[in-house]
Design a protein around this ligand. Structure first.
Ligand SMILES: Cc1cc2nc3c(=O)[nH]c(=O)nc-3n(C[C@H](O)[C@H](O)[C@H](O)COP(=O)(O)OP(=O)(O)OC[C@H]3O[C@@H](n4cnc5c(N)ncnc54)[C@H](O)[C@@H]3O)c2cc1C
Length: 471
């Protein structure tokens, strides 16, 4: 627990942001102190809501001078506890929500860190463009500053990349209160180290992102979705390769769902129905998009799936015939997280391996879980086109939840050891935060840890920025 914040520092901060940027009432601070699932709870002296980069810089200068810890916070939707404060102040970015500029010709927009992701998507659409980052259910509450700080992934990484790939420039308030003005909208700029990548994915430990220049893409005018039933993970991959080869960059999303989460969704999600007559062990959810209107996408999807069915690679397939049906198919995938809750305790892994090794990982990791917890129910789904699997274990039916969850470390270590052996990642898209700090220390090499600590010490020698997170 960090030291109390000197009253003089709090008075000075209040003087900068004024009453509109200041919360110290216990009830109003509450949503800023807890992680969304209630897994972590923190404390802070005040929630500070700056309205501009200038105010942010002045606040950070006061904190640097007084040694006050600062926890940046966006929409507080992150799942690793990274936005939970440990004393000091919370710097909540929601008032910095201006879209500063849209340049459709340069295909860029300049936004402040507190812009909600859905608002950015809408502004891009209004300009006749697309901003492709999408986390589905979180879009209406997460902020771009949080998305960039966690290098968020989401459902269109396959086509457009992670948040990191969607940024051309950043504006950052450094831990000493200086402002790095890196808001360049250039696609070519080889002038020294590419500093923006230090701050993207840093989870607020190296500075406060206050604005960004984002990449835009042509608006989408054709969309097709299909659900394909297959026998095993190798067939999921075979379908993936066939669709990728036939449809090229039109392939926007390729998700896998195993039968267990499919069953959970059927059981617990209202209006969910199985589009197939038979039960299948695995499903692939495919989305193709194109800026060109017309039926070309549908024709190529029909043709590649017909061949997969003829060859026996696919067991059954349904192509959505309307937007509403496409949404229904996506509901199966998007509601899996919620559908796991009524099934009791869940031990979760957010892992990745090279796409080519997904079947081997699923085979070996399933065996590990079956041996570790007899009767446990393997819930495997995720962005398989990116090699990213959400590989969870729901408790055996009727088991005691606390006793099951007490096994978490024993189980996850075995899965993460396998991931390390396969040169994968133990945190594919959700970051480190508080939750995976020990794993970082355990699985990263000494050289990598040393480099990370050197960067942290150099930029933030007093360790005021989100202390205790990541490192
Ligand atoms: C329903 C749901 C679905 C999700 N789906 C996905 C998904 O598909 N893919 C995925 O990758 N993630 C997903 N997430 C988690 C995802 O990381 C967050 O939703 C999002 O990226 C975090 O944004 P936020 O504004 O809520 O950040 P917060 O949770 O507020 O903060 C996250 C981290 O960033 C730091 N931070 C926030 N703002 C700034 C800033 N301006 N400057 C510096 N540091 C800052 C915080 O200190 C913290 O360490 C999902 C979450 C939910 C609830």
């Amino acid at each position: 627990m960090s030291n109390p914040v000197p009253q003089s520092a709090l008075d000075a901060i209040l003087g900068v942001v004024g009453p509109k940027g200041w919360i110290d009432d216990a009830h109003a601070m509450e949503p800023h102190l807890v992680e969304r699932r209630g897994l972590w709870r923190g404390t802070c002296a005040a929630v500070v809501r700056p309205a501009s980069t200038e105010e942010t810089a002045r606040v950070i200068r006061i904190c640097a001078a007084a040694g006050v810890p600062v926890t940046p916070q966006g929409g507080n939707t992150g799942g690793m506890g990274g936005a939970v404060p440990d004393g000091g102040i919370v710097l909540s970015m929601g008032r910095m929500n201006r879209i500063r500029a849209v340049d459709p010709l340069n295909h860029t927009m300049t936004v402040e860190a507190g812009c909600v992701l859905a608002a950015i998507q809408e502004a891009a659409t209004e300009a006749g463009c697309l901003f492709p980052l999408s986390l589905a259910a979180a879009d209406g509450s997460c902020q771009i500053g949080g998305n960039l700080s966690t290098n968020a992934g989401g459902i269109q990484v396959l086509r457009y990349g992670n948040a990191r790939d969607l940024v051309l420039g950043l504006e950052v308030v450094l831990p000493d209160g200086r402002v790095w003005e890196g808001l360049r909208g250039l696609r070519k700029d080889n002038t020294g180290y590419d500093l923006k990548h230090l701050f993207i994915g840093a989870e607020g430990t190296l500075g406060v992102i206050t604005a960004a220049v984002l990449k835009l893409y042509p608006a989408i005018h054709a969309r097709e979705a299909a659900l394909v039933a297959v026998a095993d993970p190798q067939a999921v991959l075979d379908v993936f390769v066939r669709v990728r080869t036939a449809c090229g960059e039109a392939l926007t999303a390729f998700e896998m769902i195993s039968r267990m989460p499919f069953d959970f969704a059927l059981k617990h999600v209202e209006r969910m129905r199985d589009p197939f007559d038979a039960v299948h062990p695995f499903y692939a959810l495919i989305e193709l998009t194109s800026p060109r209107p017309g039926g070309a996408l549908r024709a190529s999807l029909e043709s590649v799936l017909a061949r997969a069915l003829d060859d026996g690679v696919a067991k059954d397939a349904v192509i959505a015939t309307s937007e509403a049906q496409a949404e229904e198919l996506w509901t199966i995938r998007e509601d899996i997280n919620e559908a796991q809750i009524p099934e009791g305790g869940s031990i979760k892994h957010d892992v990745s391996v090279p796409v080519s090794q997904v079947p081997e990982f699923l085979h070996r990791a399933t065996k590990i879980l079956e041996n570790a917890v007899p009767g446990g129910r393997v819930v495997a789904f995720g962005h398989v086109g990116d090699g990213n699997i959400h590989f969870n274990l729901s408790q055996p039916e009727g088991a005691d939840t606390d006793a099951f969850l007490a096994e978490t470390n024993r189980v996850t270590h075995r899965v993460h050891d396998l991931i390390a052996e396969m040169d994968g990642s133990f945190s594919a898209e959700h970051g480190i935060g508080l939750s995976k700090r020990d794993l970082l220390e355990h699985y990263k090499s000494e050289v990598e840890m040393d480099l990370m600590r050197t960067v942290k010490r150099t930029l933030d020698p007093m360790s005021i920025m989100n202390p205790g997170k990541v490192l």
